[in-house]
Design a protein around this ligand. Structure first.
Ligand SMILES: CSC[C@H]1O[C@H](OP(=O)(O)O)[C@H](O)[C@@H]1O
Length: 368
């Protein structure tokens, strides 16, 4: 996406053919910092400490980590070791496992001497595929926004609520939940986005708001607890969120707080859509609540908040008593029954086994 006059992706291979540059998202919106990562430990740190975050971007970053490993040591043992090293960085987003499995599948049959070049090629393909998938998600989601706009008074914006950041910063480009929004703006459809701040790490306040501002999308930041109230008062026409893992029967795992938005949407007749590329579907899991591992992150993420001080310093402040313990589950699971539709690159599916199998017939067997 454009940042000022320059076009950026969230990750790119450098001219050295080994290292990648990433937008270090920890400092947004207060600073735009690029970090160069050229070791597997660096890749693991960037994922674990959320320099990069968002299911698709985590997968692409891991794919480049595998490529770096193959450049250092292309043996089967090293390939297996890097799979485990990167897989353990964050447990919930399925794109991480998907990318590691895809790289391993592709590399195993190759002679070690061919693996590094092939790995970098495949990592670049996965990055490019992500952009294409998100563009298609945008086109499929745009139809929904257009239909809602047609029912509103001329010039009245479609009010969309989104949670966390499923924007271009969560992917290589375009985003998932934001792709339809960006295309709606390009199509001249009036939209307005309510941006959930998304405690505790404030991906909405810090990342989605920054994206919306950067792309000229009218938006309003709200606290996480305001969404239900706005829906009760008819201020929200649709909810669209991303996901870190959606199961074969349509259960949606996403940032903590998504489930509460879905409950409020169901209670107020507000359509609740989830935007996802197919690598985010876990065909091996049926019951999301029972089977998806929910990442528990450090309690400090709840007790300490990053921000910019009056004199422009980026700093953390404590928002609770020093001794107060905190729990920090990073995701929750929204049951399929609360999901209006799954916006994929192939179209909008009902949130059900049959709905997904209709769009992905090649997966029908795996989903049964
Ligand atoms: C398009 S995936 C975005 C997804 O990832 C975020 O989690 P995190 O920031 O912890 O990586 C959040 O759940 C978003 O919906």
């Amino acid at each position: 996406m454009k940042v000022g006059e320059k076009h950026f992706r969230t990750i790119w291979l450098n001219a050295d053919g080994r290292s990648v540059d990433i937008i270090d998202q920890r400092w947004l919106p207060h600073a735009f910092r690029i970090e160069t990562v050229d070791t597997i430990d660096g890749i693991a740190t960037a994922i674990r400490d959320m320099w990069v975050r968002g299911a698709p971007l985590i997968g692409v970053t891991a794919a480049y980590g595998v490529a770096m490993q193959m450049a250092d040591d292309p043996s089967d043992a090293a390939l297996e070791a890097v799979w485990h090293k990167l897989h353990e960085t964050r447990p919930t987003a399925i794109n991480l496992r998907w990318a590691l499995d895809e790289m391993t599948r592709m590399l195993k049959p190759l002679a070690p001497s061919e693996r590094a070049a092939a790995a970098y090629r495949r990592a670049a393909e996965i990055a490019d595929e992500d952009v294409g998938l998100n563009r298609s998600i945008g086109e499929n989601g745009l139809k929904i926004i257009r239909d809602i706009a047609a029912r509103k008074k001329p010039g009245e914006p479609v009010n969309i609520l989104t949670h966390c950041n499923a924007g271009w910063l969560a992917t290589v480009d375009y985003g998932t939940a934001t792709a339809p929004i960006y295309l709606a703006v390009e199509a001249g459809i009036p939209v307005h986005v309510y941006v959930d701040e998304t405690r505790p790490r404030n991906q909405g306040a810090q990342l989605t708001a920054w994206e919306m501002a950067g792309h000229g999308v009218p938006h309003t930041l709200i606290v996480d607890n305001a969404g239900g109230h706005l829906m009760q008062h008819g201020d929200v026409d649709m909810v669209i969120v991303g996901t870190d893992r959606t199961t074969a029967n349509g259960d949606v795992c996403n940032k903590i707080g998504t489930y509460l938005k879905a409950l409020a949407a169901a209670d107020n007749g507000v359509p609740f859509y989830v935007a996802l590329p197919s690598p985010t579907i876990d065909w091996t899991v049926a019951d999301g609540l029972k089977e998806i591992p929910i990442e528990e992150r450090a309690s400090d993420e709840v007790s300490l908040v990053w921000g910019k001080t009056g004199d422009g310093e980026i700093a953390q402040v404590r928002v609770s008593p020093d001794a107060t313990p905190a729990r920090n589950p990073a995701f929750d699971v929204t049951p399929a029954r609360l999901v209006t539709g799954l916006i994929t690159e192939r179209g909008v599916a009902k949130a059900s086994r049959a709905g997904l199998a209709e769009l992905f017939p090649e997966r029908r067997a795996a989903a049964e």
